[in-house]
Design a protein around this ligand. Structure first.
Ligand code: FPP
Length: 241
Protein backbone atom coordinates (compact mmCIF):
# COMPACT_ATOMS: atom_id res chain seq x y z
CA UNK A 1 0.00 0.00 0.00
CA UNK A 2 1.32 3.46 -0.88
CA UNK A 3 2.25 5.56 2.16
CA UNK A 4 -0.40 8.13 2.91
CA UNK A 5 0.85 11.72 2.91
CA UNK A 6 1.11 13.36 6.32
CA UNK A 7 -1.83 15.71 6.81
CA UNK A 8 -0.96 19.37 6.86
CA UNK A 9 -1.86 21.31 10.04
CA UNK A 10 -4.87 22.68 8.12
CA UNK A 11 -6.26 19.20 7.54
CA UNK A 12 -8.14 18.24 10.67
CA UNK A 13 -8.26 14.60 11.70
CA UNK A 14 -11.54 13.02 10.60
CA UNK A 15 -12.06 11.03 13.77
CA UNK A 16 -10.89 12.09 17.24
CA UNK A 17 -11.54 10.14 20.45
CA UNK A 18 -11.02 11.39 23.99
CA UNK A 19 -10.58 9.60 27.31
CA UNK A 20 -11.98 12.31 29.55
CA UNK A 21 -9.96 11.90 32.74
CA UNK A 22 -9.32 14.09 35.78
CA UNK A 23 -12.78 15.19 36.89
CA UNK A 24 -12.19 13.88 40.42
CA UNK A 25 -8.79 15.57 40.73
CA UNK A 26 -10.23 18.85 39.41
CA UNK A 27 -12.81 18.76 42.21
CA UNK A 28 -10.33 17.65 44.87
CA UNK A 29 -8.01 20.58 44.09
CA UNK A 30 -10.94 22.86 44.88
CA UNK A 31 -12.08 20.90 47.96
CA UNK A 32 -15.32 20.11 46.14
CA UNK A 33 -17.19 16.79 45.95
CA UNK A 34 -16.35 14.57 42.94
CA UNK A 35 -19.76 15.28 41.39
CA UNK A 36 -18.75 18.93 41.00
CA UNK A 37 -15.86 17.74 38.81
CA UNK A 38 -18.20 15.58 36.73
CA UNK A 39 -20.59 18.54 36.31
CA UNK A 40 -17.76 20.66 34.97
CA UNK A 41 -16.82 17.64 32.85
CA UNK A 42 -20.21 17.82 31.17
CA UNK A 43 -19.64 21.52 30.46
CA UNK A 44 -16.37 20.53 28.81
CA UNK A 45 -18.26 17.95 26.72
CA UNK A 46 -20.60 20.69 25.44
CA UNK A 47 -17.70 23.09 24.73
CA UNK A 48 -15.44 20.57 23.08
CA UNK A 49 -18.11 18.93 20.91
CA UNK A 50 -19.01 22.38 19.55
CA UNK A 51 -15.34 23.25 19.01
CA UNK A 52 -14.72 19.93 17.23
CA UNK A 53 -17.51 20.69 14.76
CA UNK A 54 -16.11 24.17 14.15
CA UNK A 55 -12.69 22.67 13.45
CA UNK A 56 -14.19 20.37 10.83
CA UNK A 57 -13.74 17.12 12.77
CA UNK A 58 -16.27 14.63 11.39
CA UNK A 59 -16.48 12.29 14.36
CA UNK A 60 -15.81 12.91 18.05
CA UNK A 61 -15.93 9.82 20.26
CA UNK A 62 -16.05 10.36 24.02
CA UNK A 63 -15.48 7.76 26.74
CA UNK A 64 -18.21 8.69 29.21
CA UNK A 65 -18.65 5.45 31.18
CA UNK A 66 -16.56 2.32 30.94
CA UNK A 67 -17.73 -1.20 31.70
CA UNK A 68 -15.34 -1.01 34.69
CA UNK A 69 -16.86 2.23 36.05
CA UNK A 70 -19.60 0.21 37.80
CA UNK A 71 -16.94 -0.47 40.45
CA UNK A 72 -17.22 3.16 41.63
CA UNK A 73 -19.31 3.97 44.71
CA UNK A 74 -23.04 3.61 44.05
CA UNK A 75 -23.63 7.32 44.68
CA UNK A 76 -21.07 8.36 42.06
CA UNK A 77 -22.55 5.97 39.47
CA UNK A 78 -26.01 7.43 40.22
CA UNK A 79 -24.65 10.97 39.84
CA UNK A 80 -23.00 10.14 36.51
CA UNK A 81 -26.23 8.59 35.20
CA UNK A 82 -28.12 11.70 36.34
CA UNK A 83 -25.70 13.94 34.45
CA UNK A 84 -26.11 11.80 31.37
CA UNK A 85 -29.91 12.06 31.58
CA UNK A 86 -29.63 15.82 31.92
CA UNK A 87 -27.15 16.05 29.04
CA UNK A 88 -29.37 14.05 26.69
CA UNK A 89 -32.48 16.04 27.62
CA UNK A 90 -30.82 19.45 27.36
CA UNK A 91 -28.57 18.87 24.35
CA UNK A 92 -30.83 17.01 21.95
CA UNK A 93 -32.44 20.06 20.34
CA UNK A 94 -29.04 21.63 19.67
CA UNK A 95 -27.75 18.40 18.16
CA UNK A 96 -30.81 18.29 15.89
CA UNK A 97 -30.60 21.96 14.89
CA UNK A 98 -26.89 21.59 14.11
CA UNK A 99 -27.43 18.44 12.07
CA UNK A 100 -25.34 16.29 14.42
CA UNK A 101 -25.85 12.54 14.51
CA UNK A 102 -25.67 10.93 17.95
CA UNK A 103 -24.36 7.40 18.23
CA UNK A 104 -23.85 5.40 21.40
CA UNK A 105 -21.40 2.51 21.54
CA UNK A 106 -21.09 0.02 24.39
CA UNK A 107 -23.59 -2.19 26.17
CA UNK A 108 -25.92 0.75 26.96
CA UNK A 109 -28.97 -1.55 27.06
CA UNK A 110 -27.87 -2.48 30.57
CA UNK A 111 -28.38 1.08 31.85
CA UNK A 112 -31.65 2.12 33.53
CA UNK A 113 -34.68 1.56 31.24
CA UNK A 114 -35.56 5.28 31.04
CA UNK A 115 -32.01 6.09 29.94
CA UNK A 116 -32.09 3.33 27.32
CA UNK A 117 -35.32 4.85 25.95
CA UNK A 118 -33.81 8.35 25.92
CA UNK A 119 -30.72 7.09 24.09
CA UNK A 120 -32.74 5.11 21.54
CA UNK A 121 -34.98 8.10 20.86
CA UNK A 122 -32.05 10.52 20.57
CA UNK A 123 -30.29 8.18 18.12
CA UNK A 124 -33.48 7.65 16.11
CA UNK A 125 -34.15 11.40 15.90
CA UNK A 126 -30.65 12.19 14.67
CA UNK A 127 -29.88 9.14 12.53
CA UNK A 128 -30.38 10.95 9.23
CA UNK A 129 -28.54 14.10 10.25
CA UNK A 130 -25.97 14.96 7.62
CA UNK A 131 -23.39 16.77 9.78
CA UNK A 132 -20.82 15.65 12.30
CA UNK A 133 -21.23 12.57 14.49
CA UNK A 134 -20.97 12.62 18.27
CA UNK A 135 -20.25 9.16 19.63
CA UNK A 136 -20.67 8.52 23.34
CA UNK A 137 -19.21 5.33 24.76
CA UNK A 138 -21.41 4.06 27.59
CA UNK A 139 -20.83 0.86 29.52
CA UNK A 140 -18.17 0.35 26.87
CA UNK A 141 -15.18 -1.98 26.98
CA UNK A 142 -13.04 -2.64 23.91
CA UNK A 143 -12.25 -6.26 24.81
CA UNK A 144 -15.98 -7.00 25.13
CA UNK A 145 -16.58 -5.25 21.79
CA UNK A 146 -13.95 -7.42 20.08
CA UNK A 147 -15.30 -10.58 21.75
CA UNK A 148 -18.83 -9.69 20.56
CA UNK A 149 -17.53 -9.20 17.02
CA UNK A 150 -15.80 -12.61 17.14
CA UNK A 151 -19.01 -14.19 18.47
CA UNK A 152 -21.01 -12.64 15.65
CA UNK A 153 -18.63 -13.99 13.00
CA UNK A 154 -18.57 -17.42 14.71
CA UNK A 155 -22.38 -17.40 14.50
CA UNK A 156 -22.19 -16.69 10.77
CA UNK A 157 -19.77 -19.58 10.31
CA UNK A 158 -21.93 -21.94 12.42
CA UNK A 159 -24.98 -20.99 10.34
CA UNK A 160 -23.07 -21.81 7.15
CA UNK A 161 -23.25 -18.22 5.86
CA UNK A 162 -19.52 -17.62 6.06
CA UNK A 163 -16.41 -19.76 5.84
CA UNK A 164 -13.92 -19.68 8.72
CA UNK A 165 -11.22 -18.72 6.21
CA UNK A 166 -13.11 -15.51 5.46
CA UNK A 167 -12.49 -14.22 8.99
CA UNK A 168 -9.85 -11.60 8.41
CA UNK A 169 -9.13 -8.09 9.69
CA UNK A 170 -11.73 -6.47 7.43
CA UNK A 171 -14.45 -8.93 8.50
CA UNK A 172 -13.72 -8.35 12.17
CA UNK A 173 -13.60 -4.60 11.71
CA UNK A 174 -16.98 -4.74 9.98
CA UNK A 175 -18.44 -6.55 12.96
CA UNK A 176 -17.32 -3.85 15.43
CA UNK A 177 -19.72 -1.19 16.69
CA UNK A 178 -17.63 1.46 14.95
CA UNK A 179 -17.93 -0.21 11.50
CA UNK A 180 -19.75 2.81 10.08
CA UNK A 181 -17.24 5.42 11.29
CA UNK A 182 -14.07 6.68 9.61
CA UNK A 183 -10.79 5.25 10.96
CA UNK A 184 -9.64 6.69 14.27
CA UNK A 185 -6.95 9.31 13.62
CA UNK A 186 -6.22 10.76 17.04
CA UNK A 187 -6.79 9.46 20.56
CA UNK A 188 -6.36 11.97 23.38
CA UNK A 189 -6.24 11.21 27.11
CA UNK A 190 -6.37 14.06 29.56
CA UNK A 191 -4.98 14.45 33.10
CA UNK A 192 -1.48 13.07 32.53
CA UNK A 193 -2.36 9.37 32.73
CA UNK A 194 -0.89 7.27 29.93
CA UNK A 195 -3.17 4.26 29.50
CA UNK A 196 -5.85 3.19 27.02
CA UNK A 197 -8.08 1.73 29.77
CA UNK A 198 -9.86 -0.70 27.44
CA UNK A 199 -10.96 2.06 25.02
CA UNK A 200 -11.06 1.50 21.22
CA UNK A 201 -8.20 -1.02 21.34
CA UNK A 202 -8.76 -2.32 17.81
CA UNK A 203 -9.47 1.11 16.35
CA UNK A 204 -6.34 2.64 17.91
CA UNK A 205 -4.00 0.38 15.90
CA UNK A 206 -2.78 3.28 13.74
CA UNK A 207 -4.15 6.25 15.64
CA UNK A 208 -1.86 8.95 16.94
CA UNK A 209 -1.87 8.92 20.74
CA UNK A 210 -1.70 12.17 22.66
CA UNK A 211 -1.48 12.42 26.44
CA UNK A 212 -2.07 15.90 27.82
CA UNK A 213 -1.77 17.11 31.41
CA UNK A 214 -4.94 19.24 31.29
CA UNK A 215 -7.68 17.91 33.57
CA UNK A 216 -10.86 17.21 31.57
CA UNK A 217 -12.99 20.00 33.15
CA UNK A 218 -10.32 22.51 32.01
CA UNK A 219 -10.23 21.20 28.42
CA UNK A 220 -11.53 23.76 25.94
CA UNK A 221 -11.47 24.88 22.31
CA UNK A 222 -7.86 26.08 22.66
CA UNK A 223 -6.65 22.78 24.15
CA UNK A 224 -8.39 20.94 21.32
CA UNK A 225 -6.90 23.24 18.68
CA UNK A 226 -3.44 22.69 20.22
CA UNK A 227 -3.97 18.90 20.08
CA UNK A 228 -5.02 19.14 16.44
CA UNK A 229 -1.92 21.24 15.72
CA UNK A 230 0.27 18.52 17.27
CA UNK A 231 -1.52 15.88 15.21
CA UNK A 232 -0.79 17.89 12.06
CA UNK A 233 2.91 17.93 12.89
CA UNK A 234 3.13 14.16 13.32
CA UNK A 235 4.18 11.98 10.40
CA UNK A 236 1.90 9.01 9.98
CA UNK A 237 3.52 6.17 8.10
CA UNK A 238 1.00 3.35 8.62
CA UNK A 239 3.85 0.84 8.74
CA UNK A 240 5.55 2.22 5.63
CA UNK A 241 8.62 4.46 5.44
C1 FPP B 1 -12.88 10.44 34.62
O1 FPP B 1 -12.59 11.29 35.68
C2 FPP B 1 -14.20 10.69 34.11
C3 FPP B 1 -15.23 9.78 34.11
C4 FPP B 1 -15.12 8.43 34.65
C5 FPP B 1 -16.52 10.12 33.59
C6 FPP B 1 -16.55 11.08 32.44
C7 FPP B 1 -17.90 11.62 32.43
C8 FPP B 1 -18.25 12.89 32.15
C9 FPP B 1 -17.33 13.90 31.66
C10 FPP B 1 -19.65 13.31 32.36
C11 FPP B 1 -20.71 12.56 31.64
C12 FPP B 1 -20.57 12.61 30.16
C13 FPP B 1 -21.53 12.95 29.27
C14 FPP B 1 -21.31 12.72 27.83
C15 FPP B 1 -22.78 13.58 29.68
P1 FPP B 1 -12.26 10.65 37.09
O2 FPP B 1 -13.46 10.75 37.93
O3 FPP B 1 -11.70 9.28 36.91
O4 FPP B 1 -11.14 11.63 37.57
P2 FPP B 1 -9.95 11.30 38.58
O5 FPP B 1 -9.07 10.28 37.90
O6 FPP B 1 -9.28 12.63 38.74
O7 FPP B 1 -10.58 10.81 39.85
Amino acid sequence: MAAKPAPSPETPPRHVAIIMDGNGRWAKKRLLPRIAGHKQGVEAVRRVSRAARQLGIEVLTLYAFSSENWRRPEEEVRDLMGLLRHFLASELEELISEGVKLKVIGDYKRLAPDLVTMIDQAMARTVDNPGATLVIALNYGAQAEIAAAARKLAGEVAAGRMSADAINEAALENALETHDLPPLDLLIRTSGEQRLSNFLLWQAAYAELLFVDTLWPDFDADTLAEAIGQFGRRQRRFGGL
